[in-house]
Design a binder for this molecule. Sequence first.
Ligand SMILES: [Zn+2]
Ligand SMILES: [Zn+2]
Length: 334
Amino acid sequence: MLETHILFRDVGQVTYETIEIEKKVLKDDEVRIEPSYYGICGSDLHVLAGKHPFAKPPVVPGHEIAATVVEVGANVTNVKVGDHVTVDPIMACMHCEACLSGRFNLCEPPHVAGFRAPGLARSSSVIPARNAHKAPASLPMNVLAFAEPASCAYHCVHRLPKACLKSVLVIGAGTIGLSIIQGLRIIEAQKIVVVEPDPHKRELAKKYGAIEVYDVGKLPENEKFNGVIDVVSSQATINESFAHLKAGGTVICMGVPAGPHEVPLPRMNRFECDLLSSGMYIPSDIDGAISWLADGKFDTKDLITEIYPVEKAADAFKRAKDGDSIKILIKFKD
Ligand SMILES: [Zn+2]
Ligand SMILES: [Zn+2]
């Protein structure tokens, strides 16, 4: 059969190619899917730049996908042919301690589509049925393509202790930060304040539920919060997080840190300031995110900067690197 896919042929090189491959026969618990949209993630750009720790070009990328089920294995019950699905890209081993407790995001080493596992930016993929999450047919495919970043946000805001929802500071309002702001509003955080350098993203933060937004370095020193979500996780933002945290509060490290950073242990210890992390999501988060999208509570319209046809994949990646772009989608088919 013919397969069309996006390929990072080498560092900085994006191609789109069609090759002849052998058609995989489905196992009993597998499904075949065909994508409509693929969302470009910051981590894909990392791989393309050759800076990702364990995925180096050549790589077929793709972990944010909205697709249709076109074939199901004999034992599959959760989806049927014709269903619209998003894919949990975490290809968990299913038998380690983390997997047995349902925390597939903690399975080591992580096998995530587009990194250690085959990417999903191809005309068809075979995946375990349990990784396919059904969405209502009424949900447009380009909205469903947002389910993966929304799942990251869903997981993150539910990691925050309830008491912290009284006042939350979000540092960084890119795709994930803006998704977190919407998530906090949906779960009824009382006060959301945002720090973000880009004026357009600050404007969106306000639209999505922030009551105050600040440029970097402008947040008044005496403003303190019950919770802080650091979507940048640099040394500077970790410092800022704890500087603005009330006693007994919680900081969540959400951005991917580039290396080890210092934390203010004496204050953390004396005033019970906690540091939590949020890494990807578990299956129930994906279903939660799909319901946010399906209920119309979570906006994607202002988050999708542009949609490119798959033939223009190289242009799409170029655009995704611009500082003002939020989410770029690549369209495989309707
Ligand atoms: Zn991603
Ligand atoms: Zn495992």
